[in-house]
Design a protein. Structure first.
Length: 194
C-alpha cells in the first residue's frame, strides 16, 4: 500500500533531520527565543499551521508570542524576533515581512530548506530543515519515469512541513527542560474552553 511507503518516506526524512541537528544552531535559536521581548511567528499555508502550533507552545511556556496577521498582533519592534517559516525561502509575503522586521530593528530567524534563499539572506539565524518542498522535484516527465518517480508520496511541501513541526516541537521540549517545566506547568495556560 502507498500509505506505508509514504509514512516510511516521512520517517526516513525525520531520521535524517535528527542526525543532522546542529547543536550550535539550536543553542543560538534558544538564545534568540529567550532573549526576545516578543516572538512573532509567520508562515503561509501549511507552514502557517506549523507557525501557529509553535506560537501556541511558546505561549504555554509563558513566552510572549504572536502570530503575524492576527487582529490582536501588535507591531514588531527592536528587541523582538520574527520566526519566518518557508520551505522555499522565497515566498514574497514572508520575505517582505522579514524585510520589514529588519527595518524595525527586530531579529529574524529563517526556518527553511534553502539556506541560500532570499529569506535566509535577511535572517540573523537560518535553521535549515531539509525536506522536499513544493519547488523541488524533477520537472522532466521522462526523467521522472526513468527513475521510477511516477508521483510523489509526499506531495508539495509535506516533508518540510512535518519536519519543521517536529523540529520546533523538539525546541519546545528543550525549552521545557531548561525552564524545568513539566506538562502540568503548561496545562494552566492551555485553553479552558474545552
Amino acid at each position: 500500500m502507498i500509505i506505508k511507503k509514504a509514512i516510511r518516506d516521512i520517517i526516513n526524512n525525520l531520521e535524517k533531520i535528527e542526525r543532522d541537528v546542529d547543536e550550535e544552531t539550536v543553542e543560538n535559536f534558544i538564545d534568540i527565543l529567550t532573549s526576545a521581548s516578543s516572538v512573532f511567528v509567520l508562515g503561509l499555508g501549511r507552514s502557517g499551521l506549523v507557525a501557529r502550533a509553535f506560537a501556541m507552545r511558546l505561549m504555554h511556556l509563558e513566552i510572549n508570542a504572536f502570530v503575524v496577521g492576527e487582529t490582536i498582533t501588535p507591531a514588531i519592534n527592536e528587541g523582538d524576533v520574527l520566526i519566518a517559516i518557508s520551505g522555499s525561502g522565497r515566498t514574497s509575503y514572508i520575505v517582505n515581512a522579514a524585510s520589514i522586521a529588519r527595518e524595525r530593528g527586530a531579529g529574524v530567524v529563517a526556518v527553511t530548506s534553502y539556506p541560500d534563499s532570499d529569506l535566509a539572506e535577511l535572517a540573523d539565524l537560518t535553521v535549515t530543515i531539509k525536506g522536499r518542498t513544493k519547488i523541488d522535484g524533477e520537472k522532466d516527465y521522462m526523467k521522472r519515469q526513468m527513475r521510477g518517480n511516477h508521483h510523489s508520496r509526499t506531495p508539495l511541501g509535506t516533508l518540510f512541513e512535518i519536519s519543521a513541526l517536529v523540529f520546533l516541537d523538539g525546541i519546545i521540549a528543550e525549552l521545557m527542560e531548561r525552564f524545568d517545566k513539566r506538562e502540568e506547568d503548561l496545562h494552566h495556560r492551555h485553553s479552558s474552553f474545552d
